[in-house]
Design a protein around this ligand. Structure first.
Ligand code: CTP
Length: 473
């Protein structure tokens, strides 16, 4: 259920408070939980209809009876069934989802329809089943973009080798693949295929690529296959897939209700209208942490300098350029439970940067090279750590070229951070900036841990596990 969108459509928080006869704290609870209580849904449906929303059930949650509100659900899942023998198991998956009170819309690929009938999925889900990208009837009833957007999670079960390969390549030649490109919701894939196909380097490369991109996997299990062979390739247990789906739902992970702010990427400090001072940070590590925390259920504000990384699903992005703006955005994101400063913030800005092109920065204009006057930028990490609304956990990074551990330990105490993730900047042959890999030393008040070299996604997940241990146990 898209609580924020509903509140926006209905004119904002104050309007919805009046409509539902509740206070501001109730609204903030609904936002945190990601749904409105069932008792309030009929009134919301009426108000949305009055605003001209022709399909308010979709917004509120699938399968709601507009008149009575009966059947209102707390989450909506879009289940994509691709064409493998395990497709029959997804019928049971629909039943398990419904049993948890979740609304389910089903999209079937052409291949899936060779194994199971759309009618069976329609009967079990209580909703029409979609399969055709160019169906005028389907588009009129529920456009594919809307189908992709109005859900809390997209689950592909089973995901065939072919479907994974097409998703990795970004195909959009049928409804299912188009939805995966258009959705902003988290995606879970449960692959199922012959063990040789799963182990094939092509499939494994696709799996790694999709995983790096942020897709969550319920990995196949070992056992006897329908084709008579044994090995890893069987669809994960349906209970495992259901549990993995639940973790993707807003506020349902271990970090549900926890607010995190993350700075990421470089800063650009303008010299004039066309020139700026920047650094080589790619934002990969900060963005990976934002993704991992959001996946674990945290509500994440990602404050990022200019990067090529797309913002992860389910994260609110504040795009900034300068250290000053990053600082302001970080302070505006307080109070928060966790602050992670992964940005490579420029330590200095140009003292008098010009709004127009500076003609003096040109060869031959004066006999000597121009001198740039600098001023010191705010230290975002230190100011958050010393703030009166200091988050419970303040985490910084230290990227050094020499004396890594010594400098990093000193930085932890000097800046007032709880934890520092220290990494060597690397060299020309193995740079850390821009790389997908990182070798981290984890420094706390208790001491030091050396983490093995791992992908930035894995580092993010390890850090998330530590955060869960710290805040939730
Ligand atoms: N940082 C920050 N604001 C700044 C500079 C740095 O928030 N103006 C944060 C970075 O995001 C990182 C940590 O501080 O988490 C370390 O930054 P780094 O660039 O390694 O060091 P400096 O702060 O420049 O270190 P020093 O002051 O020791 O030179």
């Amino acid at each position: 259920m898209n609580v924020d969108a509903i509140i926006k459509i209905l004119g904002g928080s104050a309007e919805v408070q009046t409509l539902l006869g509740v206070g501001a704290s109730a609204i903030s609870n609904y936002r945190k939980r990601g749904h409105f209580p069932k008792s309030k849904q009929p009134r919301l449906l009426q108000a949305l209809q009055a605003k001209g929303i022709d399909d308010p059930e979709t917004l509120i949650g699938f399968g709601v009876n507009a008149r009575t509100g009966i059947g209102a659900t707390s989450a909506s899942i879009l289940l994509i069934i691709s064409g493998g023998i395990a497709a029959y198991k997804s019928l049971e998956l629909i039943r398990l989802y419904r049993g948890r009170g979740w609304g389910v819309r089903v999209v079937m690929t052409a291949g899936a329809q060779e194994f199971i009938r759309p009618l069976a999925a329609a009967a079990l889900s209580g909703n029409a089943v979609y399969s055709d990208l160019f169906s005028l009837t389907d588009e009129a009833e529920m456009g594919h973009i809307r189908l992709a957007r109005m859900v809390d999670a997209v689950v592909v079960a089973p995901a065939t080798a072919n479907f994974m390969a097409r998703t990795a390549q970004g195909f959009a030649d049928d409804l299912a693949s188009t939805i995966l490109l258009a959705t902003a919701a988290p995606i879970l894939m449960a692959p199922a295929m012959n063990p040789f196909m799963w182990a094939h380097p092509a499939t494994q490369a696709n799996y790694r690529q999709l995983y790096q991109r942020g897709i969550v996997f319920a990995l196949p299990e070992s056992g006897a296959m329908a084709c008579g062979e044994e090995g890893e390739g069987r669809l994960a247990e349906l209970e495992t897939i259901t549990a993995a789906t639940e973790k993707l739902l807003p506020g349902k992970g271990r970090l549900g209700g926890i607010k995190a702010l993350i700075t990421s990427g470089p800063t650009h400090e303008p010299i004039d209208a066309v020139r700026y001072i920047a650094n080589r940070s790619s934002g990969k590590q900060g963005h990976a942490i934002a993704r991992a925390l959001a996946r674990a259920g945290a509500s994440v504000t990602l404050i990022s300098g200019p990067v090529n990384e797309p913002p992860p699903h389910g994260v609110s992005l504040v795009a900034v350029e300068t250290a000053k703006d990053m600082h302001l955005a970080a302070l505006a994101a307080l109070p928060a439970d966790i602050a992670i400063c992964a940005a490579a913030v420029g330590d200095f800005a140009i003292a008098e940067s010009k709004k127009t092109k500076n003609k003096k920065i040109k060869r031959g204009v004066s006999p000597t090279a121009p001198t740039l006057k600098l001023k010191t930028n705010p230290d975002i990490l230190a100011s958050i750590a010393q703030h009166k609304m200091r988050p419970r956990l303040v985490i910084g990074f230290a990227a050094e070229t020499e004396n890594l551990l010594e400098y990093a330990k000193e930085k932890r105490t000097r800046k007032g951070a709880d934890w520092i993730l220290a990494n060597a900047v690397g060299d020309k042959d193995a740079p850390v900036f821009g790389s997908d890999y990182n070798k981290v030393h984890f420094i706390t008040a208790k001491g030091l841990e050396d983490w093995a070299e791992a992908s930035k996604m894995e580092v993010a997940e390890k850090l998330t596990t530590r955060i869960i241990e710290e805040l939730c146990t």
